[in-house]
Ligand binder design. Structure first.
Ligand code: OGA
Ligand code: MN
Length: 342
């Protein structure tokens, strides 16, 4: 949570960190790019042969298919409480949730990765599509906490230097929170922070998807972190330990470009298993798996590698907004991570 780009900082001493290094995206540094020097560093080829692919599951992969009435659910040997539901969200619903994640979820009172710096920002998505820029309102010399920012059309008279565009802010958006808001400084959920109740349709979906991990109880979606990943982003290994009841699953929905997910053990010394996460896949972490390190070391944004479903039919009819959404998601991954907090 809020640890995109986080590094374990152990320099590869733990099994988890070694796996992150194995799978992370390596890029040729610019100094080497055009060099004819023979000793230039080669980009390591990532060995993906150990990555579990739930679309091509074979016997002996340590995976068991459960008898669940509505949809296929897989369990992982040695990881009690972990469940994988391939393509849990149907194709057309995926695009719906991508649209919600971009156009609705970052709106105040929901907090985002920009809130601490800018305060509430209204209309991030619509301002980006209209090429608007951020401009200060209120007292000129007020400090950052009282000064409010809003998006405005770039006027001729405004100095363009140093102006932050909505497009740049959208590209830099890393997370937004839904439902009960989280206070990062206190590392706790805080019901005194104004919040909008959890989106009912998403809550319904989460309750349905959580059922394999609920032993007959009903999951209550109370909060979610929506993570936005660009081509170079990763999510460092972590444990989500801020919720009161760890027996309740975390319901984690993937949208957009394919990624590698690492599921480790209770310490970073336990070697993690790697698996692909594709658009529409859902992961449940409940019971003992709720206490396990996990992370996302790699996003695949290339046309061939991203395994992005063909949403182009949905962007037909020149609906401008859909075209912009399609543009965004071709280079991005969105993760909706839903929790029962209380
Ligand atoms: C998280 C998380 C996993 C993912 O946000 O806590 O673990 O698939 N996300 O992005
Ligand atoms: Mn997590």
């Amino acid at each position: 949570m809020g640890y995109l780009d986080a590094q374990a900082g152990d320099g590869g001493r733990t099994a988890f960190r070694r796996a992150e290094k194995k799978y992370k995206l390596y890029k040729q540094s610019t100094t080497h790019k055009h060099s004819s020097c023979r000793s230039r560093m080669e980009i390591p080829v990532t060995d993906l042969s150990q990555v579990i692919d739930f679309e091509r599951i074979r016997d002996g992969d340590g995976v068991t298919r459960l008898d669940h009435s509505d949809f296929p659910v897989y369990a992982l040997e040695g990881h009690t409480g972990f469940f994988f539901i391939p393509r849990a969200v149907p194709h057309d619903q995926q695009f719906h949730w991508i649209r919600e994640a971009l156009t609705v979820f970052p709106e105040p009172p929901n907090r985002t990765s920009h809130s601490a710096h800018y305060g509430p920002l209204f209309g991030l998505w619509s301002s980006a599509t209209k090429k608007r820029v951020l401009s200060p309102t209120g007292p000129e010399n007020g400090d950052l906490f009282v000064r409010k920012w809003e998006f405005a059309d770039p006027g001729d008279e405004r100095k363009q230097e140093g102006v932050v565009s909505a497009t740049a802010l959208l590209r830099k958006l890393r997370w937004a929170t839904l439902g009960v808001q989280f206070d990062w400084s206190k590392r706790a959920y805080d019901i005194s922070i104004p919040y909008r109740s959890f989106p009912p349709a998403l809550s319904e979906l989460a309750t349905k998807l959580a059922s394999p991990a609920m032993n007959g109880d009903q999951f209550r979606a109370e909060a979610a972190i929506v993570n936005f990943f660009g081509p170079d982003d990763m999510l460092g290994g972590h444990i989500d330990d801020m919720e009161a009841d760890w027996s309740k699953p975390i319901v984690s929905i993937s949208l957009g470009c394919k990624a590698i997910f690492l599921l480790g053990g209770e310490t970073r010394d336990d070697p993690p298993v790697a698996m692909f996460l594709r658009s529409g896949d859902c992961v449940l972490m409940a019971g003992p798996s709720r206490r396990c390190f996990h992370g996302v070391p790699r996003i695949f944004t290339g046309c061939k590698e991203s395994d992005l479903p063909d949403f182009s039919a949905l962007a037909m009819g020149e609906i401008k907004e859909n075209v912009a959404i399609l543009d965004y998601i071709q280079q991005s991954r969105i993760n909706i991570n839903i929790r029962q907090v209380f």
